[in-house]
Design a protein around this ligand. Sequence first.
Ligand code: GLA
Length: 386
Amino acid sequence: MNIVEKFKEIYGDCENVREYFSPGRVNLIGEHTDYNGGHVFPCALTIGTHGAARKRDDKKIHFYSVNLDEVGVIEASLDDLTNHNEYSWANYPLGVVWAFAERGLKLDTGFDMCIYGTIPNGSGLSSSASLEVLTGTILRDLYGFDDLTMTDLALIGQFSENNFNGCNCGIMDQFAVAMGKKDCAIFLDTSDLSYEYANIKLPDAKIVITNSKVKHSLVDSAYNDRRNECATALADLQKVVDIKALGDLDNETFEKYADAIKDETNRLRAHHAVYENQRTIEAVKALKENDIETFGKLMNASHVSLRDDYAVSCEEIDILVEEAWKIPGVIGSRITGGGFGGCTVSIVKNDAVDVFQEELGKVYKEKTGIDAEFYVVEIGDGARRI
Ligand code: GLA
């Protein structure tokens, strides 16, 4: 797909058009910790969202997606930066224009934009964060907002998703998409956005994503519920211990004060948030020591906690993970992303990758009737102009 050619086909010519790319992401460990002041360990993929754009002379903004050709060109205006149902997917890039304006970065003229995404729909590999950071990258470049850093673009993307599109997500996805680096995962401390890159190019193993092809409808509402449950647990804990976030606690201190959390469900949620944060710190330490076996065990423990304590897995995902654990050469396997469907991430020894796909694909089909999809991951760079 040549995105500039497509731009020309849709908008008539391609003079002054610029080309951009923004990746999707997969998280290796550290799930549902990013809104609890904990650590995450995601990486950017080489699949993502391609974009072509140029400024216009008037106030109109035009959006077109090759993936949703049937929707056609969506027209919005700088004079009305509000969310409209009929804008459909374009509410994501429009939300970013709005978030720029909220920061005092107002556009003098509109623009035409054409996108093409290679992230499978509803897979939980962050197509929305990819699109938000793509839009931020385009606006910064076209309008010369050169002071904005990639971290700023991540925060703007998250702000627009929280306040324009109604999902109260944390910072992980936008940060990974903005800051990704080839062959590296990002060890991010969400309490202060400090981060370091860790090489994840494994000599004997590959990272394999398995798409369950299911997406249960409670994704957004249950996500916001989990956030509230954690916030309530934190408020209970703050009566007895001086902390700002659940991520401030180590496991021992949590156990000491856990009884202060009145509701049993909230206690389980907090248990996950605290232990998952500690697991993430431990996992990165193990990786640095080339101890991939320990890394894999921590991934498995992460899944158990997300399934039992955090209750964000589902039958199909549990089948994929639990069957993966039985396959020789699988170092670790877990649900990845927000939950309730989407994908699993596994670390699989090089010589087991083919068998893994065959066997897991077969048993998943037998048990669910669904053909899973597999992607052997390549880790790429963050959003950029091409
Ligand atoms: C979604 C959110 C992220 C993060 C994950 C769970 O992907 O967008 O901010 O909370 O779920 O780890």
